[in-house]
Design a protein. Structure first.
Lengths: 255, 372, 342
């Protein structure tokens, strides 16, 4: 058990976005959060990453309570995320985007960078080497010096994941990673996530709408509707559940 | 047409390659920016003066080199350096405000180039400097003029002073007034502080009403002075009001309206009472140029910087010798200027008269001249 | 990888060496007017590259320079003037005894100027950067005003609107140019480090930056305090160049001038800020001929003071319309030499 949400509730004024949700994610699981739009999936993500604070309940990661911690601190505890609409740093190169992920692990001070102490050179060399390794893993090392936004959509998605992996996370949160992709790209992405899980020793929590993708990839799913859990279990079982079907109102027919 | 222009150019060239030298005189003035109105008015005087007296006794011509300092200190420094090292001027006229003039002097003094300021009145300007000069009176004199006039001529014994702490002019003049007034037996009940840009003086004028002084001294510029005058009348505060030359302009009267009836102020000069023959001639020339004969003090002072300089240059065997010119400026006695008779002293200060004017029926009427 | 770094370093050393040589050459060969302009350019370069760090690189819209430059100028002036000079000058109120006692040599004076500005920036950082939202602009705008008002209203410390005069003229091309070189080098080093990356990340997408573990409060504070430090030092150099300062020097227009420079040069580009400074400060001087009568052969135009500012403004508008990112955009000079990366 790597992540545990216990009785988590999130209210925004009078609106209850998440209602008393409890679930656990086990180490090296690929866990899916699904549900219709507005069900509270992204809110759930934001609570885990510390962007929102839960109104009630506990978020426990690796036996440590995350409630009240600042987002950048939570990253350093081992949780990284990507965004639904690919938020790469637009003015920076692919390499620099990935380096950002490494930066808090680079051991030199402000002073040392201004005056170019030896430690600066050593650390920069080290993280650059690691950045190239990750880019290589994703097959995009040749684009390292290109501006991030010059790459194709699919490649940008890879950069974003590479950047998240640079933070050396134990758990990766992917927000609709397959959004905007055609079936071929989706298949490649699923394969990528599965192998990355092994190679980087990751647990993956993802939000998705694409049920085929979820079926291919997830070990377990949690189905949300209006902030409430209506199903937890295997994806193949989810489709058969009456409540889940009702919530989606025949969306599954398309897939 | 082409042959004619070639011929004309050659003739011009021949003529210019004559024995007479061209002496360059620099002018640093705010010709653009917030002080542009004052700068342009002053420079008009210099230009007209140069037109009336373009050559020296020995035949050399005087060329004006104008540099616009935009009223800014950094620009002033650059302008002054340019005039001295690039244009190689013999002397510099300007700048307008005391702070910018101080900047000009700081640089020119080190380079031994004389500076003649037309309107900068701060006492400290000429202290501990060898090449600083001015044709206007200093704050200490102006303060004395007001103090003595109030005490002796008007019998006013107590005063409240309103100081604008953001303006060097106001600070200097109020200090000089207080010193002279108290020396003459008067009492300054209180010094009230304002900052230029303020618009609401209700608190100030109410305070003054309670204090009930014989008169109010406002060493301010016209925007604040006119507003205080209005707001005073609004609460029924009708004490005599006196200012320095900071209100010596038509805008003050326009802004003040009825509230400034009876308002008194000191000025350098009044065109309706021309103090010298030079004044009369200059007013005539000015009238011919512009069609107006209301000669402004700034214009008159500007002209005087030029005339004084040329007068000093004429007493030097080499008019481009800055050291001699400076010496002669300081030695000028009984100089007949447009704005009056000017006696310079070795500190570079001018001893000269002031005029007192009263606003009557919407016009600034000359009352009297106060001689030093 | 190794060989690339060394080649880069050789180029940098060559640039710095030629800059140093130029400083020596200008000091000994150029006339005073040109030297003064070069001094102005050097000082404004320091101000521009540091202002660009918070505004351009970190993307936090700030209007701080006039405030910090004023502080730097006053701190330096008070430390360089001796007790006698202060006693003589202070005309509105007598200076406080501790003001009279302030004294330090030029290096220390500049250091204190920068440090004091930096500490003030730190105190401002806490209320402003902790809260999300664009309060920085308003806070810094107000800060600039407050500093000026404080300078006017505390004549026992600053001599009010009379200002401080007869400041010893320590600034020369070696100081201004030397510190300018250090400033540009230092800023470029920051930009090309993890801190610079983080600053750009904050600019590009603050939320994503946070999501990647960047402590955005810390980064913004670093950028802001660094800017303040260099602006304070620049203010000190300015005081020792003009030899007299007064509150009316440090109005909003001063900040506005710097804003024009960094936008023209390219918001976010350090080399752009340098180019912008040269063009604006040098250019404004060069364009003085527009103020004077111009001889076009057949006719002569009369002197039109202020014309150069009109032309200058027109050029600015032109640049903003057709090259909105400024001259360099976000690129640095070295990026122009990179072979066709697309």
């Amino acid at each position: 058990m790597i992540l545990e949400l216990k009785g988590v509730t999130k209210k925004f004024g009078g609106v209850t976005a998440i209602n008393n949700t409890t679930f656990t994610v086990n180490s090296k699981e690929i866990y899916g959060l699904i549900g219709p739009n507005g069900a509270g999936k992204t809110t759930m993500f934001n609570i885990i990453t510390g962007n929102y604070q839960a109104t009630d309940g506990e978020v426990v990661f690796r036996s440590e309570k995350l409630n009240g911690l600042k987002p950048h601190t939570i990253v350093r505890k081992g949780i990284a995320r990507t965004f639904q609409n690919i938020r790469l740093f637009k003015t920076m190169s692919v390499m620099d985007n990935v380096l950002i992920g490494f930066d808090f692990q680079a051991n030199y001070t402000y002073f040392e960078s201004i005056f170019r102490f030896p430690r600066f050179f050593g650390e920069e060399k080290r993280i650059r080497k690691r950045a190239i390794e990750i880019l290589d893993y994703f097959g995009i090392a040749e684009f390292a010096e290109h501006k991030a936004t010059d790459l194709s959509y699919g490649q940008q998605r890879k950069v974003e994941i590479a950047r998240a992996l640079a933070t050396n996370p134990a758990m990766l949160l992917l927000d609709e990673p397959a959004a905007g992709m055609n079936p071929a790209e989706t298949k490649e992405l699923a394969h990528l996530i599965r192998t990355a899980r092994e190679d980087f020793d990751l647990t993956v929590l993802l939000i998705e709408h694409d049920m085929k993708f979820v079926n291919q990839l997830c070990d377990k799913v949690l189905v949300l509707d209006y902030g409430k859990t209506i199903f937890e279990g295997k994806p193949s079982d989810a489709i058969k559940d009456k409540e889940v079907v009702a919530a989606y109102l025949g969306d599954f027919a398309h897939d | 047409m082409r042959k004619l222009s070639i011929l004309a150019t050659s003739v011009a060239l021949l003529v210019s390659v004559s024995v007479a030298k061209e002496i360059k005189v620099g002018a640093v003035m705010p010709m653009s920016g917030p002080l542009a109105a004052y700068g342009q008015t002053t420079y008009d005087g210099i230009v007209l003066a140069q037109k009336l007296q373009p050559t020296l006794k020995n035949g050399d011509t005087v060329k004006l080199v104008l540099v616009d300092n935009k009223g800014d200190k950094v620009e002033t420094a650059t302008s002054t350096t340019r005039l001295i090292s690039s244009d190689k001027v013999t002397a510099i006229l300007g700048a307008l405000t005391s702070t910018n003039t101080a900047q000009v002097i700081a640089i020119a003094d080190k380079k031994q180039i004389p500076v003649i300021a037309p309107a900068a009145t701060n006492d400290k300007l000429t202290m501990r400097r060898s090449f600083a000069n001015r044709v206007c009176f200093a704050d200490s004199f102006q303060g004395k003029v007001v103090a003595n006039y109030a005490l002796k001529d008007l019998g006013l014994k107590t005063a409240v002073v309103i100081v604008d702490q953001a303006q060097v002019y106001s600070l200097g003049l109020s200090k000089a007034f207080k010193k002279a007034f108290e020396k003459g037996g008067g009492k300054v009940i209180k010094k009230l502080k304002i900052t230029s840009g303020d618009k609401d003086f209700k608190a100030i004028v109410s305070q003054i009403k309670t204090m009930n002084p014989d008169f109010i001294f406002l060493p301010l510029y016209h925007p604040e002075a006119s507003m205080i005058a209005r707001q005073s009348k609004q609460i029924g505060l009708n004490k005599p009001m006196f200012s320095g030359d900071g209100v010596a302009n038509q805008t003050f009267i326009d802004l003040g309206g009825k509230a400034v009836e009876g308002y008194m102020f000191t000025d350098f000069f009044d065109y309706s009472a021309p103090p010298t023959q030079k004044s009369k001639d200059f007013i005539a020339a000015y009238s011919k140029e512009t069609g107006k004969n209301e000669l402004n003090s700034f214009t008159a002072l500007g002209a005087d910087t030029y005339f004084l300089l040329v007068d000093a240059m004429n007493r030097c065997s080499d008019p481009s010798d800055s050291i001699c010119v400076n010496k002669e400026i300081k030695a000028s006695k009984g100089f007949e200027g447009v704005s009056g008779i000017i006696n310079m002293d070795k500190t570079g200060n001018a001893t000269r008269s002031a005029v007192i004017k009263v606003i009557t029926n919407g016009k600034a009427i000359y009352k009297t001249t106060v001689n030093p | 990888m190794n060989i690339v770094i060394r080649k880069d370093q050789w180029i940098n050393l060559a640039i710095i060496a030629s800059a140093l040589w130029f400083i020596w050459f200008a000091s000994t060969h150029f006339d005073e007017y040109t030297v003064r302009i070069l001094n102005n350019i050097a000082i404004f370069t320091i101000l521009a590259v540091s202002y660009n760090l918070i505004n351009g690189v970190t993307g936090q819209f700030s209007l701080e320079p006039n405030g910090f430059v004023a502080i730097g100028a006053y701190v330096t002036a008070l430390l360089l003037l001796d007790a006698d000079a202060k006693d003589y000058q202070f005309d509105i109120e007598s200076p406080y005894p501790w003001v009279l006692g302030l004294q330090a040599n030029f290096v220390w004076a500049l250091f204190f100027a920068g440090t004091f500005s930096s500490l003030l920036a730190l105190t401002l950082s806490f209320p402003v950067f902790r809260v999300r939202g664009d309060y920085l602009a308003i806070v810094t705008l107000g800060f600039g005003f407050i500093i000026r008002i404080l300078a006017i209203n505390n004549p026992e410390i600053t001599n009010g609107s009379l200002g401080l005069n007869d400041i010893p003229e320590f600034s020369n091309l070696y100081w201004t140019g030397g510190i300018a070189i250090l400033a540009v080098w230092g800023i470029l080093n920051i930009v090309n480090s993890k801190y610079g990356r983080a600053m750009k990340a904050v600019r590009d997408d603050e939320d994503a930056a946070i999501a990647m573990g960047v402590n955005t409060f810390k980064i913004k504070t670093f950028a802001f305090c660094t800017s303040a430090f260099l602006e304070g030092v620049g203010g000190g150099l300015l005081a020792a160049l003009l030899t007299s300062i007064s509150p009316d020097l440090f109005t909003f227009f001063f900040t506005f001038q710097l804003l024009i420079i960094i936008v023209l040069g390219g918001l976010g580009s350090t080399t752009g800020a340098v180019i912008g400074t040269v063009l604006v400060i040098g250019g404004a001087e060069w364009m003085r001929f527009l103020d004077e009568p111009m001889n076009f052969g057949l006719f002569v135009t009369p002197a039109m003071p202020g014309m150069r500012m009109v032309v200058f403004s027109l050029i600015l508008i032109f640049v903003m319309l057709f090259a909105r990112e400024g001259i360099m955009g976000k690129r640095e000079l070295k990026d122009l030499f990179k072979k066709g990366k697309k």
